[in-house]
Write a protein that binds this ligand. Structure first.
Ligand code: SF4
Ligand code: SF4
Length: 409
C-alpha cells in the first residue's frame, strides 16, 4: 500500500515548509523522554517523507514511530515555519489503518473504539469492568481504578438564560461525568440556559487518531445533526474533544452534503473556559488558600490555542494561588488510548511531568480533559501522593462565592 494522492500531497505540502531546524524537538514529550531522533517530530516527518516517496515501506517501522507519537501537537506550537504536524500524523495513521488495522489499532483497542460509539453500551461495559476488573489487562485496570467510583446521574439541562448547548462526550460522561454536571451547573449560574441535545455521541477523535477516519466521520455527522435546530454555542469541557469538534469542517471538507453543516457546527464550538469568559453574568469566586497547579489539555493549548483562558479564570479566584510548573502545558501521557496501548512510554512521559509537579508543591491539581484526570489520578496513586485532582468545572463550582447578585442562580 502506498499513500493515496490526496494524502501524499497533504504530507508533501507540510514537509515543503520544514527546514529540519529542530526547534520542535525540545517541545516533544517522547523526544524529551528518550532523546531518540526517530521519536521526535523531525524524525517522524522524515520517515513520513521517505514513505510517501516510496523509499521505505508503509510498514512496521513507520507504524511503531507514529504509534509512539502522543498526537499532542506541541511541535506545531514550537515550529517557526508553521508546519502542521497534525495533518501529517492524520495522513500517516489513516494510511496505516487502511494498510492493515493491526498497525494502529490492536484488537482490544478496536473493541474499545466500537464500544464508545454507543454511550449506553459503553456505560454498561465500564460498569462491568468495575465489577470484573481482575479480567482486564493491567493498563486498563489501572486507568479504571483511577476513575471516580460512582458515575452519578446523566448530565441534564439546566438554567434559563441565553441559550447554550452542552456536548457530553463518551469517556467524559461515562467515566468522569461529575465534571460535565459541574460544567452545566456553572454555565447555568453564569446566565446560560443549557440544553443537552439527544442524539449526540463520541466526538470521533479516538477513531481519527487510530486512523479510522470513516468511523470519525460517521460520528461527526451524527453530532452535527444532533445540534442542528438548537441555538447558541456548543460548549464542552474536554480539551481534546473540543479541538476535534472544532476541526469537523476539515474532517468533512470532502463531503458535499455535510461540508457546510460541519463548518457551521464547528464555528459554534466553545470550550467551557471560553463560554465562562464571555458569560452573560459574571461569576464571583471565593478561594481557600490553595496552591493550584493547572494541567492544561495539550489540544486546548496547541490546537484550540486558548491555553491562557483556564489559567486566567483560576487566577481570578482570590486567596488561592495559581502556581506555574514545568510540564503544565505538556502532554501528561494520557493522549486518548495512548496510556492503554503504550503504557511504558506513557509512564515515562508522566514521570517527567511528575518531577515538575513535585517542585511546584501544589495542594490541588486542576485538569480540563477527562483523559488527563484519569492519567494523573493513576500517576499520583502509583507515586503514593494523595494530591487531589479536580476538573476545572468542579474546582470552580466549589469556588463560587455564595453572596452577591452576580452569583445568584
Ligand atoms: S517541523 Fe518545524 S520546528 Fe520541526 S524541524 Fe521542521 S521546520 Fe523545524
Ligand atoms: S505530536 Fe507530540 S509526541 Fe507527536 S511528534 Fe509532535 S510533540 Fe512529539
Amino acid at each position: 500500500m502506498r499513500f493515496r494522492p490526496p494524502r501524499a500531497a497533504a504530507v508533501l505540502d507540510e514537509l515543503s515548509h520544514c527546514n529540519k531546524c529542530g526547534f520542535c524537538l525540545p517541545a516533544c514529550p517522547t523526544y524529551l523522554a528518550t532523546g531518540d531522533e526517530y521519536l521526535s517530530p523531525r524524525g517522524r516527518l522524515s520517515l513520513a517523507e521517505a514513505a510517501v516517496a516510496g523509499e521505505m515501506p508503509v510498514g512496521e517501522e513507520l507504524a511503531r514511530t507514529f504509534a509512539l507519537c502522543l498526537g499532542c501537537r506541541a511541535c506545531e506550537s514550537a515550529c517557526p515555519s508553521g508546519v502542521r504536524y497534525g495533518r501529517v500524523y492524520e495522513a500517516v495513521r489513516a494510511t496505516l489503518f487502511e494498510t492493515t488495522r493491526r498497525y494502529t489499532a490492536p484488537p482490544a483497542a478496536r473493541a474499545l473504539l466500537a464500544l464508545v460509539r454507543r454511550r449506553g453500551r459503553f456505560a454498561r461495559a465500564v460498569a462491568a469492568g468495575r465489577r470484573l476488573g481482575w479480567l482486564l489487562p493491567p493498563a486498563a485496570r489501572a486507568v479504571l481504578g483511577a476513575a471516580p467510583p460512582d458515575p452519578g446521574p446523566p448530565t441534564a439541562p439546566a438554567g434559563t438564560g441565553e441559550p447554550a448547548q452542552y456536548f457530553l462526550g463518551c469517556v467524559g460522561e461515562v467515566v468522569t461525568g461529575s465534571a460535565n454536571r459541574a460544567a452545566v451547573a456553572l454555565l447555568a449560574r453564569a446566565g446560560y440556559g443549557v440544553g443537552v441535545p439527544d442524539g449526540q455521541g463520541c466526538c470521533g477523535a479516538l477513531h481519527a487518531h487510530a486512523g479510522d477516519l470513516e468511523a470519525a466521520r460517521d460520528l461527526a455527522r451524527a453530532n452535527v445533526a444532533a445540534f442542528e435546530g438548537t441555538s447558541g454555542p456548543v460548549v464542552n469541557h474536554a480539551g481534546g474533544c473540543g479541538a476535534f469538534l472544532k476541526e469537523y469542517g476539515h474532517l468533512l471538507a470532502d463531503d458535499p452534503a455535510w461540508r457546510e453543516r460541519a463548518a457551521a457546527f464547528a464555528g459554534r464550538v466553545r470550550d467551557l473556559a471560553e463560554a465562562l469568559a464571555g458569560a452573560p453574568r459574571p461569576l464571583r469566586w471565593r478561594g481557600r488558600g490553595d496552591r493550584v497547579a493547572l494541567q492544561n489539555s495539550c489540544h486546548l493549548v496547541h490546537v484550540q490555542r486558548i491555553g491562557e483562558l483556564p489559567g486566567r479564570l483560576l487566577a481570578e479566584v482570590p486567596e488561592d494561588r495559581l502556581v506555574p510548573w514545568e510540564g503544565g502545558d505538556r502532554c501528561c501521557g494520557s493522549a486518548g488510548l495512548y496510556s492503554l496501548l503504550e503504557p511504558e512510554m506513557a509512564a515515562r512521559v508522566a514521570a517527567r511531568s511528575l518531577e515538575g509537579l513535585y517542585r511546584a508543591k501544589p495542594t490541588v491539581l486542576v485538569v480540563n480533559n477527562p483523559g488527563c484526570a484519569l492519567q494523573w489520578r493513576k500517576t499520583l496513586k502509583q507515586a503514593g501522593w494523595d494530591l487531589p485532582v479536580r476538573s476545572l468545572s468542579e474546582h470552580l463550582l466549589a469556588r463560587l462565592a455564595s453572596d452577591g447578585p452576580e452569583s445568584g442562580p
